[in-house]
Design a protein around this ligand. Sequence first.
Ligand SMILES: *Cc1c(COP(=O)(O)O)cnc(C)c1O
Length: 381
Amino acid sequence: MRDIPFARPILGEPEMQAVQSVLEGHIYVHGPRVKEFEASFAEWVGAKKCTAVSSCTAGLHLAYFNKGIGVGDEVIVPAMSHVATAHAVEFTGATCVFVDAEYETGNIDIDKIESAITEKTRAISIVHYLGMPVAMDRVIEIAKKYKLFVVEDCALAVGSLYKGVHAGLLGDIGCFSFYPVKHMTTAEGGVILSVHDDVIDAINKKKAFGVNRTHTERSIPGDYDVDLLGYNYRMNELQAVIGFHQVKRLDSFISIREENFNALKEGIEGIEGVSTFKSTHGDFKSSYYCFSLLLDEDLAPNRQTIMASLKEKGVGTSIYYPRSIPCFTYYQEKYGHNAEDFPIASKISSHSIALPVGPHLGLEDMEYIVESLKEVISKNK
Ligand SMILES: *Cc1c(COP(=O)(O)O)cnc(C)c1O
């Protein structure tokens, strides 16, 4: 039996040594490593600059906070995403207005955005679901028409391109996650990208208490003022050195994901009762976060059994996501929605199984997954 975990971060000697050397030094925060990491990540995605933060969730919160979005405002939020996408809006006191997904990709149904817009709407939140980029031209067109701010949740979109432009540079601001199961890791951490340089500068201040002069900019200790409210959402030097070395591995990480994804796709295409989302084509380049299997109506009720049988064979799986955001208790109690309000998101939550394609795995693992799946599916028919 093989051991195929859903995800496993890949760190090597360079990361280990770099962490050790930071630990042996005396600068854990406010040092040069975060700057180096920011420069390397920005270069990799093709941005002028970026700012590193403590998590993607912190980044999303800063995005709304910096824009001054708060009580009385509404933000369009995709129903099918990680709760962090909506939580970041909730932190500000603004109201989430959920929009259902489209079944082809799991991304927000762009056709349903306009009818969710009211006079109170200030922003549209976009998630590139499982790394498949959203048709941003259409989103931007709507945003321009109603003067809305566009926030991209790029937590699964490292390597996602739309018309050759990296996710996070398509809307007004984009936030990435370096949580262990994502495309690269800093243990916890994230980065904010923006096509607006002044936004990055403003957030640099707001992620560090609103202090007007960083440690390195101070001529004498204590030579600073605080002229606005800010959080402590910084990335530290340990996270940054890990990230710096992870960026060097990104090209290879993503090409292995793509290869694994395509192998699964080919193997699974012939299996009856399952289908999958649309992936890379034309203007859309996926980041291949995982391979999401969609069970047909007959098989869907057996999803738990199918996942358990796969686990017995050593194949790790996951669900993205077990409920649509508005159907998690917090949101249900606050907004009073039910599953029927978001039929597509609800269907994806109950019919999908996420299979691993990460760089910890190779083509033999993909073959094994396909064979295991064939066996398990035929037993559950
Ligand atoms: C993982 C994830 C997040 C949260 O990222 P953190 O870095 O853990 O805060 C947000 N949105 C999506 C879509 C995610 O997958």
